[in-house]
Design a protein around this ligand. Structure first.
Ligand code: F6P
Length: 375
């Protein structure tokens, strides 16, 4: 086995709190314990094709533990389909050559679902890669949790807490739209912790009549305000059927043309779905006779300093990552499993999403305290 002397590190996909804590964890342990030099790659996979790097000396790694975002920058580019001068190109071979030019023995990729797919595509080209799971959505497979989630959960919960007094004072329905297009962990967690009366997540398609009934029942019992925590990706039963039909067609497709057609249809459905929370608010006004307001929490959930929990998780996984690099373990994601950090094959993570199971304890608890989940 070749001794690892120099590694690259990048952050890709949407940013989240804890990325810098992870960079620091990997960097300090790699340098301090194993004498491995560490090179920061700017703006995700884009920096690897444009050769934009940042030397991560000990002094650069100091003072970043508590800082939000990523000192390296990030992007959502895909190495197998990169837009260059108006043309889509597969730049994976160029990336492999650039890694050699930069004398990188291995690469650390910190990211969520998309990053794991991209990392696997580069592993298949022969690069030695190890990944770390981050995202406020908490939807990465094979890991108990991802860093970024705990901070966002705290922010969204506090926002819901604050909506109670104003909803109560004005006898209104207030909807808090929480991030999460495909997974409902953040909405469900913040909804339960913030005591929302209705929680709507992508995994449980809703019936608007049932939501209205739950709100009207509260009014009949003298509580004429309600808080609705709604994920960006929550959808009605009818919309869910539309998405499922196209997804099934895509899964069964026998040729690339049908796959591309289904992908375009899904993108179109996504566009039509934008603004769904506002439409639902207006439906609820009509059905309940109560005024309804919407607060879109948006990027506030992703910004700012990481929570203590995320700093701890990112440091735990980051330092374990340095240990695995030293041992020459690649092609894996460093997963959080109970108190330990364990390597799991990237191929078992890539292309999958961890959704909220219908029988998850959080779902059962929400129902047990009388929360309406829209079904
Ligand atoms: O990081 C994940 C996520 O926050 C999703 O919840 C959200 O839908 C998405 O990123 C939006 O990110 P962007 O606008 O940066 O693509």
């Amino acid at each position: 086995m070749k001794t690892i002397k120099r590694i690259g590190i990048l952050t890709a996909g949407g940013d989240c709190p804890g990325l810098n804590a992870a960079i620091r964890g990997v960097g300090k342990a790699a340098l301090g314990l194993h004498g491995i030099e560490i090179v920061g790659i700017r703006d995700g996979f884009l920096g690897l094709i444009e050769n934009r790097t940042l030397s991560l000396a000990k002094s650069t790694l100091a003072g970043i533990l508590t800082v939000g975002g990523t000192i390296l920058g990030t992007s959502r580019v895909k190495p197998h389909r990169m837009e260059i001068k108006g043309r889509t190109r597969d730049v994976r071979d160029a990336i492999v050559r650039n890694c050699a030019k930069l004398r990188l023995d291995a690469l650390v990729c910190i990211g969520g679902g998309g990053t794991h797919k991209n990392a696997l595509r580069l592993v298949e080209k022969g690069l030695q890669i190890i990944t770390l799971p981050k995202t406020i959505d908490n939807d990465v497979e094979m890991t108990d949790t991802t860093f970024g989630f705990d901070t966002a959960l705290g922010i969204a919960t506090e926002a819901i807490d604050r909506l109670h007094s104003t909803a109560h004072s004005h006898h209104r329905i207030i909807m808090a739209e929480v991030m999460g297009h495909r997974a409902g962990w953040l909405t469900l967690g913040a909804g339960i912790a913030g005591g929302a009366d209705v929680i709507l997540i992508p995994e449980i398609p809703y019936d608007v009549e049932k939501i209205a009934l739950a709100i009207r029942r509260r009014s009949q019992h003298g509580t004429n305000f309600s808080i609705v925590a709604v994920a960006e990706g929550a959808m009605s039963r009818d919309d869910a059927v539309r998405f499922q039909t196209v997804r099934a067609r895509k899964a069964a497709a026998k040729n690339q043309e049908t796959v591309l057609k289904a992908k375009a249809e899904l993108a179109d459905l996504d566009r039509q779905h934008a603004g769904n929370t506002l439409r639902l608010a207006s439906q609820l006004e009509t059905l309940t006779g109560l005024e309804c307001r919407v607060s879109i929490l948006g990027y506030v959930q992703r910004g700012g300093a990481p929570s203590a929990g995320d700093r701890l998780l990112a440091t735990r996984l980051g330092t374990a990552c340095a240990e695995l690099i030293h041992e020459g373990v690649f092609g894996v994601m460093v997963a959080a499993r109970g108190d330990s950090a364990q390597p799991v094959p990237i191929k078992d993570v890539a292309g999958k999403r961890k959704n909220v199971p219908m029988d998850h304890p959080w779902v059962r608890s929400a129902r047990a305290v009388g929360t309406c989940l829209g079904d």
